[in-house]
Design a protein around this ligand. Structure first.
Ligand code: SF4
Ligand code: SF4
Length: 204
């Protein structure tokens, strides 16, 4: 065999060994991938996700329909229509409450200006990021979908709840780790609403 051929073969074997050394090197490193959705990645402490409207500890809504969040929003994503509180049927402690409250999450840039502007800490951005859906209309979150249910962490900011998770996830934290898509999807009240909507889509 000619010396040039031997050199070429040695070079090729060296290249293969060099390539394999990278493969074997990675075999013993800690894997950066996680088994999502059964394992969730820890958010950065100031992560901005889906909004929620909070209540006071007595169940009254914090929102007083002042529209400051709507004025502060640079993406024009928030619609608030306020109404007077009726005596004997008070929705919020103020004179007014939000009769209608909507956020277009497709317009939202998750800047947190609404949270900053709110005088009553009513609107907050939670760590929740799982918002994918099939229809644009599903990204219009109205008050029914934004308001924390009365039995789910009222009066407590998301970062004060167990594990720092949103109120709607708090009561189902134990089954959040499921890999069963149907069960996991039903695991939140917002998820249940979306699921119902999808059922409607399926029957169309
Ligand atoms: S996070 Fe920013 S863009 Fe989104 S609704 Fe609030 S103010 Fe508007
Ligand atoms: S969420 Fe806050 S800023 Fe927006 S209308 Fe309600 S009270 Fe006003």
């Amino acid at each position: 065999m000619q010396s040039s051929t031997i050199k070429k073969n040695l070079y090729n074997v060296g290249a293969i060994l060099k390539g394999l050394s990278i493969t074997f090197g990675y075999m013993f490193r800690k894997r950066p991938t996680i088994q999502y959705p059964s394992v969730k990645k820890q958010h950065a402490p100031r992560f901005h996700g889906l909004h929620e409207l909070r209540r006071y500890g007595d169940g009254q809504e914090r929102c007083i329909g002042c529209e400051l969040c709507s004025s502060a929003c640079p993406a024009n994503a928030i619609t608030v229509i306020g109404a007077e509180n009726a005596p004997g049927d008070r929705v919020s402690p103020g004179e007014r409450h939000a009769a209608r409250y909507e956020i277009d999450e497709l317009r939202c840039i998750f800047c947190g200006m609404c949270e900053e502007a709110c005088p009553t800490d009513a609107i907050v951005l939670t760590p929740r990021f799982e918002m994918a859906d099939y229809r644009r209309g599903s990204f219009i979150y109205d008050k029914d979908r934004l308001l924390v249910p009365i039995d789910a962490g009222v009066g407590a900011a998301p970062d004060e709840r167990p594990g720092g998770i949103p109120g709607d996830l708090g009561r189902v934290a134990d089954i959040k780790s499921t890999t069963d898509v149907a069960e996991g999807y039903s695991a939140t009240w917002r998820g249940e609403i979306l699921k119902t909507q999808r059922r409607g889509l399926a029957s169309q």
